[in-house]
Design a protein around this ligand. Structure first.
Ligand SMILES: *[C@@H]1O[C@H](CO)[C@@H](O)[C@H](O)[C@H]1NC(C)=O
Ligand SMILES: *[C@@H]1O[C@H](CO)[C@@H](O)[C@H](O)[C@H]1NC(C)=O
Ligand SMILES: *[C@@H]1O[C@H](CO)[C@@H](O)[C@H](O)[C@H]1NC(C)=O
Length: 313
């Protein structure tokens, strides 16, 4: 950024008008003061030597600017002369110092105002990495003020071994983020849970290690039914048997039983007695009471109506 602004203190036309006005009012006395300059000010520059403290800048005085802290000269001279109340133009131009960009392996850098003087760099690591060092650095006059942090990979301690299982494999003391370990249950044992675990960004393996179970279901039994097909003893995990009901009974449920992880059979199938409905005639479907009554009634007109009773068992 090159700043080529004019001497601020001496360019305001209102000030100049006021000075001229005053000098005309005060006569010879005012005339002498009107030739002085106000303190010269520039945003990217500062006065050198003894002029920094000065308050009085008489006509003919030569002062020198240099680039302010955090700025670098890109050429020109900082000399300026007070000439009848106005500072002459100087050629010095100053540029904000640039610290250059920073690199963070396995992370990300964000800058508040680019990479120049005064900007703040903020560091963050990608998932599975931890920042060691300072989270923020400021670009100073000559360099970034402080050491760039680093991103180190998250480590997980080894998950425990599991009874009746091989693993975790591979076997290590520490695992890097995203490493996967596996367990395998011994013969005749069934895994309950996940066979593989992953080192997550919180430094722990997930999910929890599995367990290995000896699954054995007892002989299945459905009252008033018998096994039609399926597994024979011993009944292990996922053994499946299919039942049918004895004559006079019908299946409620699927009639399929599966040996579960907790060594119990799934399903609540039942054989229910079939309800036999006797209908001597189909002339009526109106249900009536179960109590047999007089089979015939003599009506007023003398005709005989035969009543049929439907008996529900
Ligand atoms: C149906 O099962 C029950 C219980 O097992 C038993 O007491 C009953 O005798 C069986 N009924 C028939 C008709 O087999
Ligand atoms: C299987 O593992 C889960 C989770 O740890 C547990 O809640 C459940 O009781 C286990 N099942 C058996 C049959 O042990
Ligand atoms: C066994 O597991 C099944 C399915 O998870 C469950 O419905 C049942 O209540 C369990 N039985 C026992 C005795 O724990």
């Amino acid at each position: 950024m090159v700043d080529s602004e004019q001497v601020l203190g001496c360019k305001a036309p209102m000030g100049l008008v006021l000075v001229l006005l005053l000098s005309s009012l005060l006569g010879p006395l005012g005339q002498a003061q009107a030739q002085d300059c106000e303190k010269p000010m520039r945003y990217t520059m500062s006065l050198t030597g003894e002029h920094i403290q000065k308050e009085h800048f008489p006509n003919g005085l030569v002062v020198t600017f240099e680039c302010a802290t955090g700025y670098r000269s890109t050429g020109g001279s900082g000399k300026t002369t007070c000439a009848a109340g106005t500072w002459t133009t100087s050629t010095l131009s100053c540029e904000k110092f640039n610290c250059g960009s920073l690199e963070l392996v396995n992370g990300h850098v964000e800058y508040s105002e680019g990479t120049s003087f005064g900007s703040v760099a903020t560091f963050s690591c990608k998932d599975g990495y931890i920042l060691s060092g300072r989270e923020k650095l400021t670009c100073g006059n000559t360099e970034w003020l402080g050491r760039t942090p680093t991103c180190s990979v998250v480590k997980c301690d080894s998950p425990p071994s599991v009874d009746k299982a091989e693993g975790p494999s591979p076997k290590r003391d520490l695992y890097d983020f995203a490493s996967v370990v596996r367990y395998k249950c011994q013969k005749d044992y069934t895994i309950n849970g996940s066979a593989s675990l992953k080192c997550s960004s919180n430094g722990k393996f997930t999910p929890n290690p599995p367990t290995c179970l000896m699954v054995r279901c007892n002989a299945p039994f459905i009252p008033n039914g018998s096994q039609k097909s399926g597994a024979l003893p011993s009944y292990v995990h996922r053994s499946l048997v299919e039942y049918e009901c004895n004559p006079g009974f019908k299946m409620e449920g699927k009639g399929v039983l599966i040996c579960q992880l907790n060594s119990t059979w799934s399903s609540t199938s039942e054989c229910k007695a079939i309800i036999i409905t006797t209908t001597p005639t189909t002339t009526t479907t109106t249900p009536t009471t179960m109590t047999p009554k007089t089979p015939a009634t003599t009506q007023k007109d003398g005709s005989v109506v035969i009543l049929y009773y439907i008996v529900y068992y």
